[in-house]
Design a protein around this ligand. Structure first.
Ligand code: DGT
Ligand code: CA
Ligand code: CA
Ligand code: ZN
Length: 599
């Protein structure tokens, strides 16, 4: 927060969505430790998640008087957010901080700790921080507490170590997904062919969230003991932290936890539904079920007696879709299950037909050895063709990007000759594939571009992006970006925020202004599919389309395997509710070209 905040309203503008979400989460945590009303706790948890993923600045929503219209934010929480935005703090939270030491809240982050244990350690042993907890466990002081023993002391120490090792505790999907697929393949290899009847990932991975807390794998087997034993000795597994008859939890070498659950075939539908989540989605579905007289859990439905079926009667589902159908709902794609309106849509039969890999006809951003790529244009084109694409835009870096030997106007001309020769071959051979001439032009510190307009004017596709000066202040970097968007030759805004998941925060852009400018000028917004970028993210992509923008999903490939990252971009696009019509590179070449601003 700036020290020289000029006015109350300006200062309020600097309370970010992340700040508000963190405050709401803190509130939920403190209420949990104080054993407050469960529904109040859930309300704060849900509101925190909603705010964290909002596509618009919350202070803008507040300024328009629309806080209470945000789904999941009731009058009470809206009042609290208002207080935070206007005063910079919330009286109720300040009062709670007097009651619960902040260190006790932090203790809840230790795996397996939870509010109940944290409360007891605080109340009964006067432990008020993670550091004190560690010291007490090392000194063997926890075992004096009823229900705690030497084993739980070791577990807590292990948990504290893990907490330090894994930072915020979440793993980028680009790391987690290959690990999950390797675990599943390894398990299949290790067991006789008929041991595993079904196996699938659930949880956030199945929903294609950009970061993964832990892996959830479900399996149908007649031999759970064998499967659980085999899972624990897979090469990726570092340590088994819990094994029961139908469930085991392991830690992988990188600190990621994986939970494997064996379920019966008749429970598969309900189990997959339950463990796919999200928790927020499940809460809504459970409520719908209850209204029809059924209580829903991970095994199936049980009649409450309030509906047509007699109390206690059970229903099981081999398929997830059967469960939804029984409740009169369409089965929502996992990517939508975030309680962002999908429950209403499945009730109304109004689910969108989400874009999928089969819709993708080409890519509009990728690199070759002409800049920092590792493969030639011809080699990259071969991969694009083998993926069934009809076009691939050669978009190497322009000059203006310090470290890379970027292209100037002269080298761009030389490159044009190589591209024309390749295209000529395909024309002659009657092959329906074309390379497009493009550039990834650098948006310089002042918003001018790395190449002059006349050089850009010759090209089929211009992607403009920022690679340096990402820490400019909000007004400067927003103005810089807007200037590039307003250039008539710029077709696509590349990886807009510049974030690297888990290592570099997004630039402090006013994304609402940026996306509005894209909509006004017809500039396509990129979802950069690389799993460490996923930029723009799902929330901004959805907002972009709401504002009238088109989207391009590009893998930004720098090597032959780079185009395989497309699936992560599709995950983000699907989480953004995008259909093929929202995405320019689902169109055949002439139609795609017509959608570009410079066409
Ligand atoms: P993560 O692991 O933090 O990336 O996120 P998830 O969604 O994979 O969450 P996780 O692993 O804690 O649980 C997997 C799913 O199990 C979750 O999405 C929904 C379901 N689930 C877990 N705990 C609860 C719960 O307390 N209530 C309900 N309704 N569902 C739950
Ligand atoms: Ca999980
Ligand atoms: Ca889990
Ligand atoms: Zn690039």
């Amino acid at each position: 927060m700036p020290i020289d905040a000029p006015s109350e309203t300006h200062r309020a503008g600097h309370v970010s969505n992340a700040d508000v979400a963190a405050t709401l989460s803190l509130m939920a945590d403190m209420l949990q430790i104080l054993e407050a009303n469960r529904f109040r706790i859930i309300a704060f948890q849900n509101a925190a998640e909603t705010v964290r993923e909002l596509g618009q600045p919350i202070h803008a929503i507040h300024a328009e008087g629309n806080l209470k219209k945000v789904p999941g934010i009731g009058a009470g929480i809206a009042g609290l957010i208002t207080e935070l935005l206007e005063q910079g703090s919330v009286a109720e939270i300040e009062a709670l901080k007097e009651q619960v030491p902040i260190g006790v809240v932090e203790m809840m982050q230790v795996p397996d700790m939870g509010p109940k244990k944290a409360r007891r350690l605080w109340q009964e042993l006067a432990i008020t921080s993670v550091a004190e907890l560690k010291a007490a466990a090392e000194a063997g002081k926890l075992r004096s507490l009823k229900g705690f023993g030497e084993k739980s002391e070791q577990k807590i120490l292990k948990g504290i170590e893990l907490l330090a090792r894994r930072g915020d505790g979440r793993t980028p999907i680009g790391v987690a997904r290959p690990l999950a697929l390797a675990l599943i393949a390894g398990l299949r290899d290790a067991l006789p062919g008929d041991a595993i009847r079904r196996i699938e990932t659930a949880g956030s991975l199945r929903r294609w969230k950009e970061t993964i807390g832990d892996l959830d794998i479900l399996v149908v087997t007649d031999r759970p003991a064998e499967v659980i034993a085999a899972f624990g000795i897979l090469p990726q597994v570092d340590e088994v932290i819990g094994a029961g008859e139908t469930k085991t939890s392991v830690l992988l070498a990188n600190g990621l936890q994986a939970d494997l659950r064996a379920v019966e075939a008749k429970h598969w539908g309900a189990a997959l539904q339950y463990f796919t989540g999200s928790k927020e989605h499940n809460v809504e579905v459970r409520e719908l079920a209850l209204r029809q007289g059924w209580s829903l859990n991970e095994y199936g439905l049980t009649a409450t007696g309030d509906g047509a079926a007699p109390a206690g009667e059970e229903r099981f589902f081999e398929e997830e879709a059967d469960l939804y159908r029984f409740l009169g709902l369409d089965c929502p794609p996992p990517e939508l299950r975030e309680n962002r309106g999908e429950v209403q849509a499945v009730r109304d039969g109004a689910l969108p037909a989400l874009v999928s890999l089969a819709d993708i006809r080409g890519e509009l951003h990728g690199h070759s050895t002409w800049s920092d790529g590792t493969a030639s244009i011809a080699e990259m084109a071969e991969v694009a063709r083998s993926r069934g694409y009809a076009y691939w835009a050669v978009c190497d870096h322009s000059v203006g990007l310090g470290m890379v030997g970027g292209l100037d106007a002269e080298r761009l001309h030389q490159q044009a000759a190589e591209i024309a020769a390749l295209n000529q071959q395909w024309v002659e051979a009657g092959v329906d594939f074309r390379l497009l001439r493009g550039i990834e032009v650098e948006i310089l510190a002042d918003g001018s571009l790395g190449l002059p307009d006349d050089a850009l004017a010759e090209l089929d596709v211009v992607v403009a992006s920022i690679h340096s000066g990402l820490r400019q202040d909000r007004d400067t970097i927003t103005a810089r970006c807007l200037k590039a968007i307003r250039n008539p030759h710029v077709d696509i805004l590349g990886h807009a925020t510049g974030r690297m998941i888990g290592s570099r925060p997004p630039a402090d852009l006013d994304m609402e202004q940026v996306l509005q400018a894209c909509a006004e000028t017809g500039t396509v917004v990129e979802i950069n599919a690389h799993p460490s970028r996923l930029d723009v993210n799902d929330v901004y992509a959805r907002r972009a389309v709401e504002l009238g923008c088109k989207i391009a999903i590009n893998s930004d490939a720098h090597e032959l395997s780079g185009m395989e990252m497309m699936e992560y971009g599709l995950g983000a696009a699907r989480r953004a509710w995008l259909t093929a019509a929202d995405v320019v590179n689902t169109q055949p070449l002439p139609a795609m070209r017509a959608l570009l601003k410079s066409s």
